[in-house]
Structures are given as structure tokens and as C-alpha cells.
Design a protein around this ligand. Structure first.
Ligand code: FAD
Length: 497
């Protein structure tokens, strides 16, 4: 159907609804009237507090003042995730947003490191990563240097409900209309199957030409109305439930998310300015909810605030994230568990993709196909990265971990780990949000050490090689001395912390 689109309706006022509304209105401006419908009766999922660095693009495009953003959303800085007990109990490693060393004349730094390691000069690769050094040393500053050696990549931990409210105020100022009400019934054009009108419980009707389904896991438009279908990935990602509870804040605010593996799942700890976010992601065929509650509550570092909330989920994705005149964004589009904090990024990426491919002149099959191709690739790449954490384990202490280690993984993941294991080769795939440095850290952390390195690393003599590694390590440490601690930074920068 080819009719120009002027009126866009968003169903849902969680992070997906408000972030989509903010980006679409800010970028497409007066070309679109945007109305967002949300229901207090249903509420939002209330979790989703750890992000990855691309969130800064959102803030920049929206023109947000960072200090105000940190204050309003009680944010803290995130430099990394610390994975504890994942490969083996008692072990830990960091997946930082930084990169150890840098490429020199086509040779990535880690090949030099592998060569040194093979000749018995083993230091930790992470000692060459500024993000890691700051994360463990509790140091943070916005470095104003142009040298990439001292680049510090960061994201935020924030309070999900404060973030939603903050974006709502922003959107309303831009002219997004908000309608409170529960959608009870949806009209579909019998000729082309397009959604036309939402009927609310109080009798109101909301009509539109294009719809963004941000209704959360229920997928009100994409599934309940259009019956799009869902691709289930639970055979690769066995957890299907989460239990979340906030707790009182710690003395010192960590610069990283903690991800702690248990015998059939894992626990997150997210430090905020005023409290901590905690949750257990688990497999319901291995833990009952009572067992999960015991594990979660017995592993908190501070007093819980309120009762734990159970959130069931099904890992996978809508088979078409754009169907007819509906694009699903957020939990309605699919769900990959929060292990690498990618869901909010997927909202951002979906909204940006929709901006690029927006059907101003009307919906076409070509636009739909391109949108769906990109979303599918992106989802599958993140899926593979997350599967890797489960698959490459050497725990063996429970049936859960044994089954994960024995599973058949997607071919792409197989190929990437084989290449890396052989001689440290890393290949970046188009649309993969995870850069080589991420694959490198998690593959090493989960126990793959390359058996060889690229011959380019042989062009240095032994002495030059060791000198290079030592110089990189020392250079990375230089800025630390003058940097404040995390809490001090927050106090100085935005008057909180
Ligand atoms: C356990 C867990 C932990 C997570 N942790 C992270 C993390 O650390 N980092 C990260 O990036 N992501 C995380 N996520 C994902 C993140 O929480 C979501 O991507 C994000 O909150 C977006 O949710 P949403 O807006 O799609 O859905 P919701 O928050 O569920 O919002 C749905 C909205 O739709 C409205 N609605 C639904 N039905 C109707 C109706 N019939 N009529 C009117 N309105 C309706 C509701 O009122 C609500 O406003 C996590 C998810 C889970 C489950």
C-alpha cells in the first residue's frame, strides 16, 4: 500500500516507547505527528539498567546535557562487565569497552602478546587496557586527549524508571502527544492487513498510518494482532526467567557491572547512585522460584528494598520485526538475555534503522525486507556472542553447565572461535555491534588461548617485543595518577554520587 505517512502511533511507554519517540521526533521533526499510548494498569518491566557505549550517540543526537542526564537518572559510569565463575568457579575476567594495545602496521596488538606468552613472558593482556586499569583502580575522568592510547570508552548504569520519566519529559517538550489508556481492541484493514485504529478501555480511539509496537513481551500489535510468529532460541540460551530486586547502595560505587555465574544461571549487580540493581537470570527447569529467591537474596551485598519480582521470558525474536505497517521495538521485537546489556542498544538501533528506512511515501515490500534483513543479522550476531559465554565453559559442576558445554552452536560462532584458536585471527562481521576487542576478551576469558600468532608479530626482535609490551603497559597507566575516583567524579561533575 502506498499512502504517505504523517501520523505515527507508538504503543507502550517503557524504555522502548520513549526512546523511539524521542529519536523519531528529534530527527524527523515536523514531518511526523507522534502519539504514544501507555497504560498505568500494565506498567513497564522495570529493569534494564546497564548500557553499552553507543547510548552516548542517543544522548548526543537528543542534545542532552550529560551532567543533567547523570543527575536526573541517578546514573553511574560503566567501563566494563566483570564475569565471575563463568569459565570455572573461582575465576574472573573483565569484558571492558576498551581495547588492549592497538594495531601496529596491520598487526593487532594481541598477536605480539601471544608471541610473548608463547616464549614464556606472560603478563595479563588486560594490563594494556586503560578501561580495565580504571575499572579495577576506581578511577574515572573525561579525558580530553586526542591520543587513542588514552581513549576511555564508557556507558552508564541508570535507574530504568527515572530514565523513562526523563525521556517522557523530553518528548513532551518536543511535541509528542501522550495518551493514557489500556488498548483493548485493535482494528485491521481487511484488505491489506494494516493496523488502523486502537480502541482504548475508556472508549477513546487512536488512529494512525504507521505503528511502532513497544508494548513489551506481550507484543500487542506484532504478535497478538498480526500473528507474526516467533523464532525460539532457548535451545541455545537455556535461561527463561529472571528475579529482580533492588538493594541499598554500597559504600563505593563500582565502575562495572558484575555478572556472577551460579549452578544454573547468573546474577547481576548494577551500581547506581542511590541503590543497586540486582537480579538472577535462571533456568526454570533447574531452579524453582523459591530456590532462585534464596540464591538471589543470600548473595546480595546490601539490604534488599522490597520483594523480588519474577520476570518470565522467552529468548528469541519476532520472525519479522517489521510486518505490514507495524515495526516492533524493544521486548515486543524479541529478547536476548541481559548478559551483555544489549537490549537498550537494540531499541536504539531499531529506532535509527527505522529513521533511515522510514516509509515517508508509503510502506513498500523493499523497505520491509531491508529492515528485516538488518534486524535479523544484528539479533543473530548478538545471540552468538551471548551463547559463547555459556558454551565455552569448563565448570562441569552441574548438569546445566555440562549441557551448555556440549551444545551444538551456530556455525558462525564455531567459525569465529576456530579461527581465533588457530592463530588469533579475528574477523569483524558487518553489523556486529561487538568489535574485535570484545570477541578477544571474552574468548580469552572463557579459555581459548590462540595456539599461534600472525607472522607479522615476528618482525620485532625479542628485545623489541618485550620493550613494546612494557611501554604500552606503562603508557596506559600514566593518566591514572591524576584521575579522581568514581564517586568523586560524580560529585564534581554533576553534584551527586
Ligand atoms: C531481567 C531483565 C533484565 C534486563 N536488563 C537489561 C540491561 O541491563 N540492559 C539492557 O539494555 N536491557 C535490559 N533488559 C531489557 C530492557 O529491560 C528492555 O529492553 C527495556 O526495558 C524495554 O522494554 P519495553 O519498553 O520494550 O517494554 P516494557 O517496559 O514492558 O513496556 C511496555 C509498555 O507497553 C505498555 N502496554 C502494554 N500493553 C498495553 C496495552 N494493552 N495498552 C496500553 N499500553 C500497553 C505498558 O504500559 C508499558 O508502558 C532487561 C530485561 C529483563 C527481562
Amino acid at each position: 500500500m502506498n499512502a504517505p505517512i504523517r501520523k505515527l502511533v507508538i504503543v507502550g511507554g517503557g524504555t522502548a516507547g520513549w526512546m523511539s519517540a524521542a529519536l523519531l521526533k528529534r530527527v524527523l521533526g515536523d514531518r511526523l505527528d507522534i502519539e504514544l499510548v501507555e497504560s498505568r494498569e500494565i506498567g513497564t518491566v522495570g529493569v534494564g539498567e546497564a548500557t553499552i557505549p553507543p547510548i552516548q550517540h542517543v544522548n548526543n543526537v537528543l542534545g542532552l546535557d550529560e551532567a543533567e542526564f547523570l543527575r536526573e537518572t541517578k546514573s553511574t559510569i560503566k567501563l566494563a562487565i566483570r564475569f565471575e565463575n563463568w569459565r570455572a568457579q573461582g575465576e574472573q575476567y573483565y569484558h571492558t569497552f576498551g581495547a588492549p594495545g592497538r594495531v601496529q602496521a596491520f598487526c593487532p596488538f594481541h598477536h605480539f602478546w601471544v608471541r610473548a606468552r608463547m616464549s614464556g613472558h606472560a603478563t595479563s593482556l588486560w594490563d594494556h587496557d586503560l578501561n580495565y586499569l580504571c575499572a579495577v583502580g576506581d578511577k574515572f575522568a573525561k579525558l580530553q586527549v586526542n591520543d587513542p592510547v588514552w581513549e576511555l570508552q564508557y556507558a552508564y548504569h541508570f535507574d530504568a524508571s527515572l530514565y523513562g520519566q526523563y525521556l517522557r519529559r523530553y518528548c513532551e517538550k518536543l511535541g509528542v502527544t501522550r495518551t493514557e489508556g489500556l488498548v483493548e481492541h485493535v482494528d485491521v484493514d481487511p484488505e491489506n492487513g494494516h493496523v488502523t485504529t486502537l480502541h482504548l478501555k475508556d472508549g477513546k480511539q487512536v488512529a494512525g498510518e504507521f505503528f511502532v509496537d513497544c508494548s513489551g513481551g506481550r507484543g500487542l500489535l506484532i504478535q497478538k494482532t498480526l500473528n507474526t510468529g516467533y523464532e525460539d532460541w532457548s535451545h541455545w540460551l537455556p535461561c527463561d526467567r529472571a528475579m529482580a530486586v533492588p538493594s541499598e547502595r554500597f559504600e563505593r560505587t563500582l565502575l562495572f557491572t558484575r555478572s556472577i555465574a551460579h549452578s544454573a544461571g547468573w546474577q547481576w549487580r548494577i551500581p547506581l547512585q542511590h541503590r543497586n540493581g540486582n537480579g538472577l537470570v535462571y533456568s526454570s527447569s533447574h531452579y524453582s522460584d523459591d530456590e532462585a529467591a534464596d540464591i538471589l537474596l543470600n548473595n546480595l551485598e546490601s539490604k534488599p528494598i522490597g520483594e523480588p519480582k519474577i520476570i518470565p521470558f522467552r529468548t528469541g525474536r519476532a520472525t519479522r520485526q517489521w510486518n505490514r505497517n507495524v515495526v516492533a521495538v524493544g521486548l515486543s521485537s524479541g529478547f536476548l538475555e541481559p548478559l551483555e546489556s544489549t537490549s537498550i542498544y537494540l531499541i536504539q538501533s531499531a529506532a535509527v534503522r527505522l529513521i533511515h528506512l522510514f516509509p515517508h511515501a508509503g510502506v513498500t515490500d523493499e523497505l520491509i525486507a531491508e529492515y528485516n534483513r538488518q534486524s535479523q543479522t544484528e539479533y543473530e550476531q548478538i545471540r552468538d556472542f551471548i551463547i559463547m559465554h555459556y558454551w565455552l565453559n569448563d565448570r562441569g559442576d552441574s548438569r546445566f553447565w555440562q549441557d551448555c558445554a556440549a551444545m551444538d552452536v551456530p556455525d558462525r560462532l564455531h567459525r569465529k572461535t576456530e579461527l581465533f584458536g588457530a592463530n588469533g585471527t579475528l574477523v569483524h562481521d558487518d553489523l556486529d555491534i561487538f568489535l574485535d576487542s570484545s570477541w578477544l576478551q571474552v574468548m580469552l576469558g572463557q579459555g581459548i588461548v590462540p595456539r599461534d600468532y600472525h607472522p607479522l608479530a615476528d618482525r620485532l626482535s625479542d628485545a623489541e617485543l618485550l620493550d613494546k609490551l612494557e611501554k604500552t603497559r606503562l603508557t596506559k597507566q600514566q593518566p591514572l595518577e591524576k584521575m579522581p575516583g568514581h564517586d568523586e567524579f560524580l560529585r564534581m561533575y554533576c553534584g551527586t554520587g
